[in-house]
Design a protein around this ligand. Structure first.
Ligand code: SF4
Length: 154
């Protein structure tokens, strides 16, 4: 089973109330088992909401309000839901395809906390949790390379 960021499948849970719909992700998941999550809205944050970025392990929105607790709660809820679905389906979680650079879902590179569109090394809160659990995390931007690397032909 694959975990996927809801916004990549067209759910309007992005901070600005929009989506990050990815045709590549949608087509890849068409005949695969997956669970869609949005850690931030699962934490009770609204869409739209102020954008947030990570500074020294803490999460702040653009208005300077700390939202670290909500981000960790949402990550845990998203993990709990994915684990429950995997148990119900009697499947292993083999992969997560998460939105690049997000403070929850970003993997390897995230925005640097300046709200200036600058990226730095790091993981979003949910991506970090999944990696701790041993789940391979890729972003939608890495999916085509993953398909090629794994020799997937369907
Ligand atoms: S938390 Fe993840 S799934 Fe939700 S909008 Fe942000 S990037 Fe998309």
């Amino acid at each position: 089973m694959i975990i996927v960021s809801g916004c990549l499948l067209g759910i309007p849970c992005k901070y600005d109330g929009g989506t990050n719909l990815s045709k590549t992700v949608k087509e890849f998941l068409a005949n695969r088992s997956y669970v869609m999550v949005c850690p931030e809205t699962m934490a009770g944050l609204t869409a739209p909401r102020p954008p947030a970025e990570i500074v020294d392990g803490k999460v702040f929105d653009r208005e300077g309000i700390e939202v670290t607790e909500a981000f960790f709660l949402g990550a845990q809820k998203a993990w709990d839901l994915a684990s429950e679905k995997a148990r119900e389906r009697n499947e292993e979680i083999t992969l997560a395809i998460l939105k690049a650079r997000s403070p929850s879902c970003g993997s390897g590179r995230i925005y640097d906390g300046t709200f200036a569109g600058v990226v730095t090394d790091g993981d979003g809160v949910f991506a970090a949790l999944l990696k701790e659990k041993g789940i391979r995390v890729i972003t939608e931007e890495e999916l085509e390379a993953y398909i090629e690397e794994e020799g997937i032909h369907d």
